[in-house]
Ligand binder design. Structure first.
Ligand code: ATP
Ligand code: MG
Length: 579
């Protein structure tokens, strides 16, 4: 379908012309289907499940622009700061001249919180957690919003991000004001491309969405394993298997194999992304590679980064940039990360070592990505982080950073390095031939007290039966028998702690303190502890005197053992750990 045809859906000509000029005059097959067969521009709720780089996010953009052109508000939900920033700068360049007020809301942009909660925007790009906070502050905003786009909808099933996204979407589902919903994901289907799993059907019925499944990538992707100098791969679209020669270092260390092959690819004028499992490793990888090679200096990047405020990592970054190599992780500041992305796009930086900060939705030119298939996860019960394998969905999204449509003509490669035959087979079976893991909603991992506080926080006043109904509207608890006794007991506990207020007719209302807990996502136990400490003798809490010091230490100790504290991983140096 030609872009021009969107005129009949009331998308202004000026926008169509700019799309044609900057991107091309034809919609991708997925986009054509969404518009012509699935009612994308006719207010139809829709989940689009299609491979990486197939044009899902641009479907979101088309739908957003259609609403914005009718002067309606749109919220675009994303999981990562990098994606939020990419979309923000892209939208600002394209649309702010048309008078569209574009706003970004992430942890790096607190300055926009007020405008967001006051509805002072046309198009808001919001991180999931911020969206839930927004609904807690002002659920009536849904009256003003015509479209909510949930990019990377599979995050609903992520153990860490899933509960909050489910809470937010429950508020949308339970609200009488329902905007159009558009959910996007590359991994809400079986990896062998047969039928979408049962839970995807459940998800679409929960969100009242039609399901559009597409299986082809516009650019072929070779996903495979490099072992003993041979990259054995399977083509994403055709399923055809083949192999390609790479450098073999006679079973050398995997890092040696990685560096040697990166050098080979860069010598062939490629740009490479390397996904490693930890922030420390991407910094080290970047420095080691830059010490080995003598590539062109990323001179412009260095000059611009030198203008930035000095930080602990700035010098490390500059060292790597001396050879056109960089790293990208959450320890860099936002301007530093932006610079790395900018000069990689400009071609000055040849290789980026990154963590998952660039794993989802990002469009950077890379013919080849190297994927380390491990990640660190917080240990249970206060243990240190543990190393676990990437899930198939994570692998799929990371490998999909290669071969991006519009940035690569022929194909992309996603390479995982194996050091022995057993590992090569495991990687092949679990990732290349892998399947979607069971999609289990995660809200049940949240305590009842936290769940009730969150749900009461935006439904102003409510009763016990009402609460039960709302809980039954979550994805996790729908069709579950909700134990009324435990619900009543939880309400009583929260009332005793003065987090919920109950009037004589039994109506429940969140207290000011309860609302703060819900807004900040503070576990009830932790919040009550802090409250108790703050109520103690103020002199005892002063920063002076020995007893105060002891008191502070005990606070810190207790907080570190709280639910939130256990999730903090403080890396210790070897010496510190020994002591
Ligand atoms: N109709 C089009 N014509 C030309 N380029 C397009 C078109 N649609 C999308 N693109 C470009 O193709 C690339 C991939 O598109 P997009 O980011 O929408 O894919 P995606 O399916 O969301 O990928 P991912 O699953 O990785 O998030 C982007 O660079 C985008 O600008
Ligand atoms: Mg996308």
């Amino acid at each position: 379908m030609k872009v021009d045809k969107l005129y009949q859906y009331k998308i202004p000509e000026i926008i169509l012309n700019s799309w044609k000029q900057n991107q091309g005059d034809t919609l991708l097959p997925l986009q054509t289907q969404a518009v012509t067969k699935y009612g994308l521009l006719e207010n139809q709720n829709l989940i689009i499940s299609s491979p990486t780089s197939s044009g899902k996010t641009f479907c979101g953009e088309i739908a957003a622009v259609a609403k914005l052109s009718q002067r309606q508000k749109v919220i675009y939900l994303v999981p990562l700061k990098a994606v939020a920033e990419e979309k923000f700068s892209d939208f600002k360049t394209k649309y702010s001249d048309l008078g569209i007020k574009i706003l970004i809301s992430t942890q790096d942009h607190f300055e926009n919180d007020l405008d967001l909660s006051n509805g002072n925007f046309d198009f808001a790009i919001v991180i999931y957690e911020k969206f839930n906070q927004l609904l807690i502050k002002n659920v009536d905003i849904l009256k003003q919003v015509a479209l909510i786009i949930i990019d990377e909808l599979q995050m609903l099933f992520d153990p860490h991000r899933g509960p909050v996204l489910e809470l937010a979407l429950t508020k949308v589902v339970a609200s009488p004001n329902k905007p159009q919903i558009l959910g996007l994901s590359a991994v809400l289907q079986e990896s062998n491309g047969i039928s979408p799993s049962n839970n995807v059907t459940k998800l679409s019925s929960w969100l009242d969405c039609r399901l559009l499944v597409e299986k082809t990538r516009p650019i072929e992707l070779l996903q495979g394993v490099l072992y003993q100098g041979l990259f054995r791969f399977k083509k994403f679209n055709s399923g055809e298997e083949s192999s390609e020669d790479f450098l073999d270092l006679n079973g050398g260390h995997p890092l040696e194999i990685l560096f040697a092959n990166i050098e080979k690819l860069v010598a062939e004028a490629e740009q490479v992304l390397v996904f490693l499992k930890s922030k420390a490793e991407v910094e080290a990888g970047s420095l080691i590679l830059s010490n080995r090679v003598s590539w062109l200096r990323a001179g412009n990047a260095i000059s611009e980064i030198k203008e930035l405020e000095p930080t602990t990592l700035r010098d490390k970054l500059i060292n790597s940039l001396e050879q056109g190599v960089a790293f990208h992780n959450a320890d860099l500041t936002y301007p530093e990360r932006k610079m790395v992305e900018k000069f990689y796009l400009a071609g000055e930086i040849k290789v980026i070592f990154c963590t998952t900060t660039l794993s989802l939705g990002v469009n950077l030119p890379a013919k080849t990505v190297f994927v380390e298939t491990l990640k660190y996860q917080n240990g249970e019960s206060g243990q240190r982080s543990v190393l676990i394998p990437l899930s198939w969905s994570e692998y799929e999204n990371i490998s999909g950073r290669a071969g991006r449509f519009g940035r690569e003509q022929n194909f992309g490669r996603a390479i995982s390095i194996a050091t022995n035959q057993f590992e090569a087979n495991c990687l092949w079976e679990n990732y290349v031939e892998g399947k979607s893991e069971p999609l289990t909603p995660q809200l049940k991992t949240l305590g009842w007290e936290e769940l009730l506080l969150d749900l009461t926080s935006c439904f102003l006043t409510t009763s016990l039966p009402n609460l039960k109904n709302i809980i039954a509207k979550t994805l996790s608890y729908q069709n579950c028998k909700i134990n009324e006794d435990s619900l009543r007991e939880t309400v009583q506990n929260l009332t005793q702690k003065k987090l919920l207020l109950s009037d004589e007719t039994g109506n429940l209302k969140i207290s000011a303190l309860g609302k703060i807990f819900a807004l900040q996502g503070i576990a009830v136990e932790t919040g009550v502890y802090i409250q108790r400490k703050l109520k103690q003798n103020p002199e005892q809490n002063s920063i002076y005197g020995e007893s105060a010091k002891a008191e502070t230490i005990s606070w810190v100790y207790d907080l570190l053992h709280s639910k939130e504290g256990q999730q903090i991983y403080a890396p210790l140096s070897f010496e510190e750990e020994k002591n």
